[in-house]
Design a protein around this ligand. Structure first.
Ligand code: ADP
Ligand code: MG
Length: 387
């Protein structure tokens, strides 16, 4: 789960990670009210969307007067902001962060991520911070330093000093930086984050160090014990079909092809997506209804696929095990009765109670296309969508 920059900064404050003064605003009037509390100009108006690269896309603007705050806020609210992270469709800006404009001497990069390969928590940092860290990683990876921490032992003094020295910090800045990093690490562990990224971490002309940007992702599997974090969820920023699917515990991810597919088991779902591609078509989604799905879950999954306007053909690929074929068939028939099937559906079904399942589908009089095996199913559906 992702959160907004202004929410991340609220959390940072609580962990004594320094951030600029500022607050969220939903209207130009509120933006002005916040600006008036900041004790002077310039202030910075920042679009709040769950994607980075806002600066380059026109989502971060300086304002030097009250009039400019109003004008910038009016322009930004409601605009569709396109950045390299939003995709070409962009995101509509619905809220702003208005904060102090700082006098920046240097922009650094700092992040914390878990590294599965080494089973460590890794701190990454670079002197070459600011907006182009992806290019730095690509072209001059030696400019990024990495320090691994054993999570059972936790961050030690020498870890933080190693990062501080790697960043070539002035001696006067080492102590505040080490404190900031320790606090950030404490935050990362306490809230089951899977990414904390500060780009840029700035050194101001007044020789203070602050988090100017804040990007946080939390581990979805840990949200059950992060009740307070869940409050920060912003459904506006998520794919509506994925939000709907998550209500029914379905593993659903929206993709950009046009073959909807419903499969039980993540491995079979991956294989099905592969074979759809091999047949020359592209999957519109990943959907694992789960090995132990009931008719209701199947019904909801099928309904979600049917409601996706990009879907031009559907492939149901079920290997009946714990999920029996008759249960699947019932779910499909119910969803079809509710939503109506407007696109051709190819069904490949094998396993437990397959005969009962086929009978239910036959008797339903639904216009379904039977396939003998996985390859046949993929070819049939690819033909339908014109792959
Ligand atoms: P993004 O990463 O989405 O582009 P950032 O928050 O990193 O957004 O802002 C982009 C750039 O705008 C920063 O690298 C910094 O140069 C400038 N900036 C952002 N916030 C401030 C601020 N409060 N004061 C001065 N400059 C800022
Ligand atoms: Mg940034």
């Amino acid at each position: 789960m992702k959160i907004h920059e202004y929410q991340a900064k609220t959390l940072f404050k609580r962990y004594a990670v320094p951030v600029p003064e500022g607050a969220v605003a939903f209207t130009p009037e509120e933006a002005l009210q916040v600006a008036d509390t900041l004790g002077g100009f310039p202030v910075v108006v920042k679009a709040q969307i769950h994607a980075g690269g806002r600066g380059k896309g026109g989502g971060v603007k300086l304002a030097h007067s009250r009039e400019e705050v109003t004008r910038v806020a009016e322009e930004m609210l409601g605009m569709t902001l396109v950045t390299h992270q939003t995709g070409p469709e962009g995101r509509v800006v619905k809220k702003l962060l208005v904060e102090q404009g700082l006098d920046i001497a240097k922009e650094l990069y700092l992040s914390i991520v878990p590294d599965r390969a080494s089973a460590q928590v890794v701190i990454m940092a670079s002197e070459a911070g600011g907006m182009d860290i992806e290019a730095v990683a690509e072209e001059t990876p030696e400019k990024i330093i990495k320090v691994g921490i054993n999570p059972l032992i936790g961050i030690q003094g020498y870890h933080a000093l190693q990062v501080a020295h790697g960043l070539n910090l002035d001696s006067a800045l080492v102590k505040p930086f080490v404190q900031l990093l320790n606090n950030l690490y404490r935050f990362f562990m306490a809230h089951d984050a899977s990414l904390v990224e500060i780009n840029p971490l700035v050194i101001t002309a007044q020789q203070t160090v602050l988090a100017l940007d804040a990007k946080i992702t939390f581990d979805d599997n840990a949200l059950f014990r992060q009740k307070e974090i869940v409050e920060y969820r912003d459904l506006d920023e998520e794919d509506p079909l994925e939000v709907e699917a998550s209500k029914f515990n379905l593993n659903y991810i929206n993709l950009d092809g046009n073959v909807g597919n419903m499969v039980n088991g993540a491995g079979l779902a991956m294989a099905t997506m592969d074979i759809i591609k091999l047949a020359g078509a592209r999957p519109a989604n990943f959907l694992d209804v789960g090995g132990g799905a009931n008719a209701e879950m199947v019904e909801n999954g099928f309904r979600i696929i049917l409601s996706d306007p990009n879907v031009k053909g559907i492939l149901i690929n079920i290997f009946g095990g714990i999920l029996r074929c008759d249960v699947l068939a019932e779910g499909v028939v119910k969803a079809a009765a509710q939503t109506g099937i407007k696109v051709p559906v190819v069904v490949r079904m094998e396993g437990t109670n397959v005969e009962q399942g086929r009978k239910i589908l036959d008797e339903s009089k639904l216009n379904l296309i039977a396939a003998v095996d996985l390859k046949d199913a993929a070819q049939k559906v690819a033909e339908i969508v014109g792959g």
